[in-house]
Design a protein around this ligand. Structure first.
Ligand code: CTP
Length: 444
């Protein structure tokens, strides 16, 4: 299973990785300690030309890139281009190498395998476990994380066979950068256009950058998750449909990207390894936990669905039918995000969520301004597959200053990384937020 039993290797400048990766045929030469090795698979689609840019940017970011092209890929892009830009010459076949088992060695050397673009054929072959070439053999032979970046015509992308293959791969732990909507080959427009190279590179770097060397290394990220529960009596409470999955996905992604994570959650779901997890129930408890830890946080992400109202009086004994119909009087809870904004220190990045059912972006933009946060993540919780209790989400990320990024329907982990990409970019852009004694790595 990709990445299933292996922690991502470090990218740290400190060079703590002592091993030197080299192909048995010597093709790659030695890789300096601490340099991540990324196998860049390119399959045969029009978008293959964008893989050239991905290759260049990964090399610029300090990654050792080993290009593997399928035969069909070479119909779209030249082998020489990749050989010139990458860290090693292109490999194309299981049979042309001096090395009799190139897929095994590539799989073992890789800290990450990225496939750009991933065609419908590649996804199907990989999902079916068929090793019919060097690239498909390598993704089956590796224990490193695998990131696939599909690109194809809308009709193919939306075909149940393709979607089911992708769902199978995701279930097995394969990471996906979903395609965007836009112009496609032949002048058509629709879903299926390869994600932008910058987004692919950011995800790839995040995947090889876990632990020290990740782009959030040296930062403390405080995340809230789940719906609060406001007691009526010892056994009853008022709550909402939030599952906490999005908040937990953000905590997981932040930890993977090297942050110290403080997770304040109403759920019983485990937090990421190493995180400080504070279990709370009510808005008042969440407020206390967040306020107590806000000063130490470089980033605060309020993903929790905090109740706006709570019963004014909580019965100390279970209400009984025999006592007649109770009248529950509500009072407002404290606005935790507003409190965090009041206490903000220079350089802190504050992120709110806006769960809306209509006029989503307009309402979220109004909240961004009214709440004085840096980023608002808007989601239409009434849309299918989006928001509360789903494993997928679709959001619009709005930043103070006007930037906007739409993240189409994707697993919550993908949305989490998109939110953290925005956060990391803001941290890097603001010199007053630089972590003491730590050097931030440029991501693309
Ligand atoms: N929030 C908070 N404390 C509250 C209510 C909300 O910190 N008492 C945070 C949420 O975690 C979220 C953001 O504020 O990050 C926006 O929450 P939302 O419920 O969408 O907005 P409200 O300000 O409560 O406005 P409304 O419910 O009227 O849409």
């Amino acid at each position: 299973m990709p990445g299933g039993d292996r922690a991502p290797r470090r990218v740290a400048a400190s060079g703590e990785r002592a091993d030197v990766a080299v192909g048995p045929d010597g093709a790659g030469g030695p890789v300096p300690a601490g340099t991540p090795v990324v196998v860049l698979g390119v399959t045969g689609g029009i978008a293959a030309y964008k893989a050239v840019e991905v290759c260049r940017r990964l090399v610029d970011a300090g990654v050792h890139v080993v290009p593997v092209l399928t035969e069909d890929a070479t119909r779209f892009v030249g082998e020489v281009t990749f050989s010139a830009l990458a860290s090693e010459p292109v490999r194309r076949s299981l049979w042309h190498e001096a090395d009799p088992i190139p897929h095994t060695h590539l799989g073992q050397r890789a800290d990450l395998v990225v496939v750009v673009p991933a065609t419908a054929r590649f996804l199907g072959t990989y999902a079916a476990g068929i090793a019919d070439g060097l690239l498909t053999a390598t993704v089956l032979a590796t224990r490193a994380p695998v990131l696939v970046c599909p690109a194809m015509h809308t009709e193919m992308w939306e075909h149940p066979a393709v979607q089911e293959n992708l769902a199978t791969l995701e279930r097995r732990g394969v990471h996906v950068v979903a395609p965007a909507e836009g112009r496609l080959a032949g002048g058509d427009t629709g879903a299926g256009r390869l994600a932008e190279p910058g987004e692919i590179v950011a995800r790839a770097l995040a995947l090889v950058g876990g632990g020290p060397g990740g782009d959030l290394h040296g930062r403390t990220v405080l995340v809230t998750a789940g719906g609060t529960r406001e007691a009526i009596d010892p056994v009853r409470f008022i709550t909402n449909r939030s599952s906490g999955k999005q908040g937990h996905a953000i905590a997981d992604a932040a930890a993977r990207r090297g942050a110290s994570v403080v997770l304040v959650t109403t759920t019983s779901v485990p937090g990421p390894p190493g995180a400080a997890v504070v279990r709370v129930d009510s808005a008042a408890q969440m407020e206390e936990a967040v306020v107590a830890r806000a000063a130490e946080a470089d980033v605060i992400v309020m993903a929790a669905a905090v109740a706006d109202f709570r019963p004014k009086a909580v019965a100390d004994r279970k209400l009984s039918k025999a006592d007649g119909l109770p009248e529950i009087v509500l009072e407002p809870t404290a606005d935790i995000l507003a409190e965090v904004v009041r206490r903000r220190r220079p350089g802190q990045v504050l992120v709110g969520f806006a769960a809306e059912t209509h006029d989503v972006v307009e309402h979220a933009a109004a909240k961004l301004a009214a709440k004085g946060v840096d980023v608002i993540v808007a989601n239409d919780v009434a849309a299918p597959g989006v928001g509360f209790d789903h494993d997928t989400n679709a959001v619009t990320i709005l930043e103070a200053g006007g930037a906007r990024r739409d993240v189409p329907l994707a697993p919550k982990g993908v949305v989490a990384d998109a939110v953290l990409d925005t956060v990391a970019a803001r941290l890097q852009a603001d010199p007053s937020s630089a972590p003491e004694g730590s050097q931030q790595r440029s991501r693309s």
